[in-house]
Design a protein around this ligand. Structure first.
Ligand SMILES: Cc1cc2nc3c(=O)[nH]c(=O)nc-3n(C[C@H](O)[C@H](O)[C@H](O)COP(=O)(O)OP(=O)(O)OC[C@H]3O[C@@H](n4cnc5c(N)ncnc54)[C@H](O)[C@@H]3O)c2cc1C
Length: 487
C-alpha cells in the first residue's frame, strides 16, 4: 500500500445526484479513509455544453437536496467551480485522496473531459474508478450481430431485454465517514443558478409541479405506480391527462436510476397491480432513453449533424419572425401554442405535443431542427444530451428509426385527436377558453358571432395563423423531394 492509498476517497457527483443505487458512492463508502463528496460546476472547459436556464434551476434545487441528504449522513458536499480536470485534481491533492470514484457520463464532451481527468489523476498517482450508474446497459455492450450499432429501436430493445441488466439495487450507505475536514466549499447561492433580477423570474411556477431531488423522484415514481400508470399504453398520448410519469428530469440528473424504475414497475406487474401491457409500454419508453444514449455514444455528432447526410442539402429557411412566434407560443395554432407556453411556464411539455411543435418548426416553418433542439435545451428541465438530439432528429426524419419526413403532423387533427375537449389548450392558452370545443383547435373557422361571444378578435387577442398548414405542407414536401438520395 502506498502512502496516498491510505487517504480518503472522493466521490465526484455529476449526473447522479442521489444516495440510493449509486455505485460510485457505494464503492467510495468502503474506503477506510472516509469520503469526500465533491461537485464541480464547470462552465469553462471547451466541448462541455453549458446547461440551459431551466436545467440550472433544477440543478440548484437538486444540489440543495443532495446537500441535505448527505448532511443527514454526516457528510458535507464540497462545491467547487472551475475546469473539471484541474478542480478535481486540486481537490484530490488537497485532501490527500487515494481514489476518485464517479459514475460514467456518455455525451462526447463529457467523455473527453472524463478521459482528461482520469489521466491527470493517474499522473498524480491517484486511482480513478468509473462505474456504470445511469443506464441499464452500457452503450458499448449492445451491438448487432455484425458488430454495428443498432439504428432501429425494436431489435435494439429486444437485444437489451435479452441481455438483461443489474436488478440488485444498491441501498444508500447506512453510514458514511466524512473526510472533508475544513476543505473550502463555495456557497450554492453564489453560483447564480436561479433566475434573478433584472431577469423576470420565469421559473416562478416550476415549483408548483416539480420537486427536484432524490426524494421528489421517489415520490413521483410511487404516485405514478399508485395510479398514473393505469392505462398508460392508451393514454400516454393525451396531454389533457396526467398519465405519464414525469420522471424525465429526475432521470436526467440521476436522482433515480432506470434500474430502480424498472424494478419497481416489474414488481408491480408481477404483483398484478399494473397490467402487462402498461408495464411493457412504459418500460419500452425507458428503453427509448437507452436507445438514444446508444445512438449518441456511437454517433457523437448527433446533436449537431444529420444522421442521414442527405438532409445536409435541405433548404432550411432563415425565418426570425417564425422562430420568434414559435418560441413564444404565438403561431395561431392552439395546440402548438399551448405546448410552447407549457414549456415556458413549467419547463416541460407533454411528449405528444413535443412531436407536434417540433414537426411544426421543421416542416411547416422549414426552420432547422437545431434551432428547436437549442431552444428545448435552454427551456426544458429534462434537457438531455441524448434524448433531445435523438428526438429532434427523429421528428426531422434525419435520425435513426425516424418518422419519415413526409409524415407531417397536422396540428388541427393532432389537437382534435389527443386533446379532444381542448382542456390542454384552455389551460395554457386562456384567451381561447371561451371557444366551443368544435373550434378550439381551429379558431379561424369559428363564425364571427362565436368569436365575439368568446371575446376573441383574431390578430388582436390571439394571433392569426402564421402559415396555412396545407400550403406549408406542400412546400415542405417539394423541398424534401428536391433532396438527393444520400444515406
Ligand atoms: C422534440 C423532442 C424533444 C425531446 N427532448 C427530450 C429531452 O431533452 N429530455 C428527455 O428526457 N426527453 C426528451 N424527449 C422525449 C420525451 O418527450 C420525454 O422523455 C417525455 O415527454 C418525458 O415525460 P415523462 O417522464 O412523463 O415520460 P414517460 O412517458 O413517463 O416515460 C418514462 C421515461 O422514458 C423516457 N422516455 C419517454 N419517451 C422517450 C422518448 N421519446 N425518447 C427518449 N426517452 C423517452 C424518459 O426518460 C421518461 O422519463 C423529447 C421528445 C421530443 C419529441
Amino acid at each position: 500500500m502506498t502512502e496516498t492509498s491510505k487517504g480518503p476517497a472522493i466521490v465526484w457527483f455529476r449526473e447522479d445526484l442521489r444516495l440510493e443505487d449509486n455505485p460510485a458512492l457505494a464503492a467510495a463508502a468502503e474506503c477506510p479513509g472516509g469520503i469526500i463528496a465533491l461537485y464541480v460546476l464547470d462552465e469553462e472547459t471547451e466541448g462541455l455544453r453549458s446547461l440551459g436556464g431551466a436545467s440550472r434551476w433544477w440543478l440548484h434545487h437538486s444540489l440543495n437536496a443532495l446537500c441535505g441528504a448527505l448532511r443527514d449522513k454526516g457528510v458535507r458536499l464540497v462545491l467547487r467551480r472551475g475546469k473539471v480536470t484541474e478542480t478535481v485534481l486540486d481537490a484530490a491533492r488537497e485532501a490527500g485522496a487515494a481514489q476518485v470514484h464517479w459514475n460514467r457520463r456518455y455525451s462526447p464532451g463529457e467523455i473527453e473531459s472524463d478521459k482528461a481527468a482520469k489521466q491527470a489523476l493517474k499522473d498524480a498517482g491517484i486511482e480513478t474508478v468509473s462505474h456504470p450508474g445511469n443506464l441499464l446497459i452500457e452503450p458499448w455492450q449492445i451491438e448487432t450481430g455484425n458488430g454495428d450499432p443498432y439504428k432501429v429501436f425494436t431489435p435494439f430493445w429486444k437485444a437489451a431485454r435479452q441481455k438483461g441488466w443489474r436488478t440488485d439495487l444498491i441501498p444508500a450507505p447506512k453510514s458514511l465517514t466524512c473526510a472533508a475536514g475544513d476543505m473550502d466549499s463555495e456557497e450554492l447561492e453564489d453560483w447564480d443558478l436561479l433566475p434573478g433580477a433584472p431577469e423576470p423570474d420565469w421559473a416562478k411556477e416550476f415549483g408548483d409541479i416539480w420537486q427536484p431531488g432524490e426524494s421528489g423522484a421517489r415520490e413521483r415514481l410511487k404516485s405514478f405506480l399508485d395510479g398514473g400508470i393505469d392505462g398508460y399504453a392508451n393514454l400516454r398520448d393525451r396531454p389533457d391527462r396526467e398519465n405519464t410519469s414525469r420522471l424525465s428530469p429526475h432521470l436526467r440528473f440521476g436522482e433515480i436510476t432506470p434500474h430502480t424504475i424498472a424494478s419497481a414497475v416489474s414488481q408491480a406487474r408481477d404483483a398484478g397491480d399494473v397490467s402487462e401491457r402498461d408495464a411493457d409500454k412504459f418500460l419500452s419508453e425507458v428503453g427509448w432513453r437507452e436507445f438514444s444514449y446508444n445512438l449518441l455514444y456511437n454517433f457523437p455528432k448527433l446533436p449537431q449533424e444529420n444522421l442521414q447526410s442527405k438532409f445536409d442539402g435541405f433548404p432550411w429557411k432563415d425565418d426570425a419572425d417564425g422562430l420568434k412566434a414559435w418560441r413564444k407560443g404565438m403561431t395561431g395554432y392552439p395546440i402548438v401554442d399551448a405546448g410552447m407556453r407549457e414549456l415556458w411556464r413549467l419547463g416541460t411539455m407533454h411528449n405528444r405535443v413535443r412531436m407536434i411543435v417540433a414537426s411544426f418548426l421543421i416542416k411547416d416553418l422549414m426552420i432547422h431542427w437545431r434551432e428547436g433542439e437549442a431552444w428545448f435545451w435552454d427551456t426544458l428541465v429534462d434537457a438531455d444530451h441524448a434524448n433531445n438530439a435523438a428526438s429532434w432528429q427523429w421528428v426531422a426524419g434525419s435520425g435513426a428509426d425516424a418518422a419519415p419526413f413526409f409524415r407531417i403532423f397536422n396540428p388541427i387533427l393532432q389537437g382534435e385527436k389527443h386533446d379532444p375537449k381542448g382542456d390542454y389548450v384552455r389551460m395554457f392558452v386562456p384567451e381561447l377558453a371561451g371557444l366551443p370545443d368544435k373550434y378550439i383547435h381551429k379558431p379561424w373557422e369559428a363564425p364571427g358571432d362565436v368569436l365575439d361571444k368568446a371575446g376573441i378578435t383574431l390578430g388582436q387577442t390571439y394571433p392569426q395563423r402564421i402559415v396555412d398548414h396545407a400550403k406549408a405542407r406542400d412546400r415542405a414536401l417539394s423541398a424534401f423531394k428536391s433532396l438527393g438520395k444520400g444515406d
